[in-house]
Ligand binder design. Structure first.
Ligand code: ATP
Length: 249
C-alpha cells in the first residue's frame, strides 16, 4: 500500500450560511512531502487550511492526522497532536527580544503537553530549544534584538520559528512570504526548505516561481473545490489549470 497519510481529509465542506466556501474536498498529504495550495483569490485555500487546523467548523467531512480522526478536536488539541501552523497575522510580542519570544512559545508548548510540568531541569531545555530554532531560522545573530525592530523578512522568519517550537509532524504555512521583499524571497525559500526537513508541509503561496521550485506536489483549488493535484511539472502543463488559473488562453 501507499502508507498512511500524515494528514488527510475526506469530503470536507465548510459553509457560511447558504454559501459553501469549500465542498467535496478530499486530499492525502503524505509523510515528508511539501505541498503547495494554489488558486485564485476566494478559491478556498485559507478555508481549507482552517478546516484542517480546526479553526473552521466543518458542515461535512472528516480530517485525520496520521490515521487518527481529529475532526472533533479543537485547534489547540490538534497542535498538541502534532499539527503546527504559522499565521498570516503576527503572534510576535514587541518589547521582547527574539529569543524571549521563542522561549515563551517553547514554554507555552511544554505547558500544553504537560500541564503539571514544574520546570524541574526544564528551563535549560527550553533555552536550548529556543536557541536551536533561532539557528534553524537563520537568526542566530538577532537573538537579543527587540522583536519590534525586526525587518519584515525577519518577522516572517520568526513566525515560522514560533510554529517550529512545537516540533510539529505536519506544518501548515499560510503565505509565509507575504510582504517579503524580492531580495528576501530566496532566504524565505531556504527557510521553508529547512522548516520542511523531516516533516510534512502544506503551504499557501502566491509566488508561482517559488511554488514550482519548492513543491513536491501542487494542489490547485478553484471555486471551493480541488481542480487538480500533482507534481509541479504536471500542474504546469495541465490545460485546465492553465486556462482557469495560470492565465493562459
Ligand atoms: P485568498 O487567496 O484571497 O486568500 P482563498 O483561496 O484563501 O483566497 P478563502 O479565504 O478560503 O479563499 O475564501 C473562500 C471563500 O469563502 C471566499 O468567497 C470568501 O469570501 C468566503 N469566506 C471566507 N471566510 C468567510 C467567512 N468567515 N464568512 C463568510 N464567507 C467567508
Amino acid at each position: 500500500g501507499a502508507g498512511t497519510a500524515a494528514l488527510a481529509c475526506r469530503d470536507v465542506e465548510v459553509a457560511y450560511g447558504a454559501f459553501k466556501a469549500i465542498s467535496g474536498v478530499s486530499c492525502d498529504f503524505m509523510p515528508g512531502r511539501l505541498y503547495s495550495l494554489i488558486g485564485p483569490n476566494g478559491a478556498g485555500k485559507t478555508t481549507l487550511m482552517n478546516a484542517l487546523s480546526g479553526r473552521a467548523r466543518l458542515s461535512r467531512g472528516r480530517v485525520a492526522l496520521g490515521g487518527r480522526d481529529i475532526t472533533a478536536l479543537p485547534p489547540h488539541a490538534r497542535t498538541r497532536a502534532g499539527l503546527g501552523r504559522s499565521f498570516q497575522i503576527t503572534q510576535i510580542f514587541p518589547g521582547m527580544t527574539v529569543l524571549e519570544n521563542l522561549r515563551l512559545a517553547a514554554q507555552a508548548h511544554r505547558y500544553r503537553l504537560q500541564p503539571f510540568w514544574r520546570g524541574v531541569g526544564g528551563f535549560r531545555g527550553i533555552a536550548l530549544e529556543a536557541e536551536r530554532v533561532l539557528e534553524d531560522i537563520g537568526m542566530g545573530s538577532l537573538g537579543h534584538v527587540d522583536a519590534a525592530n525586526l525587518s519584515h523578512g525577519d518577522q516572517r522568519a520568526l513566525e515560522v520559528g514560533l510554529a517550529l517550537l512545537s516540533d510539529p509532524k505536519v506544518l501548515l504555512l499560510d503565505e509565509p512570504l507575504a510582504g517579503v521583499g524580492h531580495g528576501d524571497a530566496a532566504r524565505a525559500v531556504d527557510l521553508i526548505r529547512r522548516a520542511a526537513r523531516g516533516r510534512t508541509v502544506l503551504l499557501i503561496e502566491h509566488n508561482m516561481d517559488v511554488v514550482m521550485d519548492i513543491s513536491d506536489e501542487v494542489v490547485v483549488m478553484l471555486g471551493g473545490q480541488i481542480l487538480a493535484a500533482g507534481p509541479p511539472a504536471t500542474i504546469r502543463e495541465d490545460a485546465r489549470v492553465r486556462s482557469a488559473y495560470l492565465g493562459d488562453g
